[in-house]
Design a protein around this ligand. Structure first.
Ligand code: SDX
Length: 436
């Protein structure tokens, strides 16, 4: 039911167009523009800067305050007092679990961590230097070939078993990508271990030597997964919703999210931050890169800075920075040169008029790469880690959409191409002179 009304007047129209305005539980009101098509208009919003694509109850971001809530709980509180699997339960079901519910959920996930043995053969088709994100796009999409028993998206039981399988198997598949790139044998999950501890065991254990995972690193890994779990209607989540709106199976939808996340403007930024810090190489070079980031004619951007929604600190970056200090201290890497460059870069950028005016603050990707590098995770695996943590958010939004009245997503356009013209015989044509 509309709370308020908006009146739209358009030159050439005798009457104004009345549009309903809805209020959420918090955040900006929305103007329902669906009636415009019937009046012969579309809205125009490239990049969906001002468009609410759906109604959701999962995550809320207040970009001005630097606030991130998952089902109403602040990310800082969840990072400090919860863990990744409890946050998965919260995102999927809307409430924090009781101890019994938590234990049951952990047990379910633990019992789905293995993948079909045939999956191992898929990796033989990838060269050892294949990018792990390329492998993940292929392998996760192929999972639907193994789970014919749970592909009916109208069946809630099928949807929840797919959610459990994906949350449980992403770490196993991520570790398999790494092992394949190292030429080492795959490690099976060890169900005596916690979720993130198990991941590090599968990453760095070998059949010859499987040392106990450092609990501080396991906790840091769990926090990294938790901080990446969900983030409203970001590019990859919106892709998953759009794929799901066509009725595609959950594994295909998650593979589309992985593909979207790979871009350096999105989840690929953590890998790009490390490359940037390595390119800067020394604190004395920072000013040159800051100038480049401000130069409109230079495509270089300060990776790990800026955000479509946050116009204040990304709260995840603050937690990530604290975790970074903890991990480096435990590992005795107090003087990590890249961390020194990152910290000095942050100080300089936050004092610079350009960054202040454009409200460019460090985002989740700025410090995460330094932690992952310290844990021993190679740079090309960073976005795979992001995808593993974000899988629960993608699935929660996919499930939320399917439980509500949804339609296939099909945006319109402002067409500025050729209007109808006759086809000229090839002998009468001028050269097309293609520019690309
Ligand atoms: C993630 O959406 C999400 O929620 C994403 C995410 C999630 O959890 O899902 O939070 C994860 O993707 C974090 C962002 C990671 N990306 C990077 O760190 C890459 C570097 N950042 C930029 O590419 C950029 O800030 C974006 C892509 C993050 C945001 O782009 P927008 O919202 O389209 O902003 P914009 O490009 O229009 O920038 C506004 C202005 C521009 O200047 P003007 O054209 O107005 O003069 O700020 C400038 C930009 O040139 N700008 C930067 C900059 N980011 C924006 N200038 C230098 N360095 C930067 N990093």
């Amino acid at each position: 039911m509309a709370d308020k009304k908006a009146q739209l007047t358009v030159d050439g129209l005798d009457d104004s167009i009345e549009l309903p305005v809805y209020s959420g539980s918090t955040g900006p009101d929305v103007i329902d523009v669906r009636a415009l098509t019937g009046k012969g208009f579309f809205t125009y919003d490239p990049g969906f800067v001002s468009t609410a694509s759906c109604e959701s109850k999962i995550t809320y971001i207040d970009g001005g305050k630097g606030m991130l809530l998952h089902r109403g709980y602040a990310i800082e509180d969840l990072a400090e007092k919860s863990d990744y699997l409890e946050t998965c339960f919260l995102l999927l079901h809307g409430e924090l679990p009781s101890q019994k519910e938590y234990d049951e959920f952990v047990s379910i996930i633990r019992n789905h961590t293995m993948v079909h043995e045939s999956i191992a053969r898929f990796f033989r088709g990838f060269h050892h230097d294949s990018h792990p994100m390329a492998m993940m796009c292929g392998i996760v999409g192929a999972l639907s070939a193994f789970y014919h028993d749970s592909l009916d998206i109208t069946n809630e039981r099928h949807r929840i078993i797919s959610a459990h399988r994906l949350i449980a198997k992403m770490p196993t598949l991520a570790a398999m990508c790494y092992k394949h790139s190292q030429g080492q044998p795959f490690m099976y999950p060890d169900n005596k271990l916690g979720y993130s501890e198990n991941f590090l065991h599968m990453m760095f254990g070998t059949p010859c030597d499987d040392p106990q995972v450092n609990p501080v690193l396991a906790r840091a890994m769990d926090k990294i997964f938790l901080l990446h779990a969900d983030h409203e209607q970001n590019a990859s989540t919106s892709t998953v919703r759009l794929a799901g709106s066509s009725g595609a199976n959950p594994f295909a939808c998650i593979a589309s999210g992985i593909a979207t996340l790979w871009g350096p403007a999105h989840g690929g930024a953590n890998e790009a931050v490390l490359s940037m810090l390595q390119e800067i190489g020394d604190v004395k070079n920072i000013d040159k890169f800051i100038q480049r980031a401000k130069d409109k004619d230079d495509p270089f951007r300060l990776m790990g800075f800026g955000h479509r929604v946050y116009k204040n600190f990304d709260p995840r970056a603050k937690v990530m920075k604290e975790t970074c200090d903890e991990v480096l201290s435990v590992l005795g890497i107090e003087n990590d040169p890249l961390l020194a460059i990152a910290k000095r870069l942050e100080e300089i950028a936050l004092e610079d008029e350009y960054f202040i005016k454009k409200k460019l603050y460090p985002n989740v990707d700025f410090y995460s790469g330094i932690i992952m590098k310290a844990i021993g995770i190679p740079t090309d695996m960073f976005t795979v880690i992001f995808a593993t943590g974000r899988t629960v958010g993608w699935i929660a939004h996919w499930h939320e959409m399917l439980t509500e009245d949804y339609r296939i997503g099909r945006p319109r356009q402002l067409y500025t191409g050729e209007t109808k013209r006759d086809l000229t015989a090839v002998e009468d044509r001028k050269p097309a002179n293609p520019t690309f």
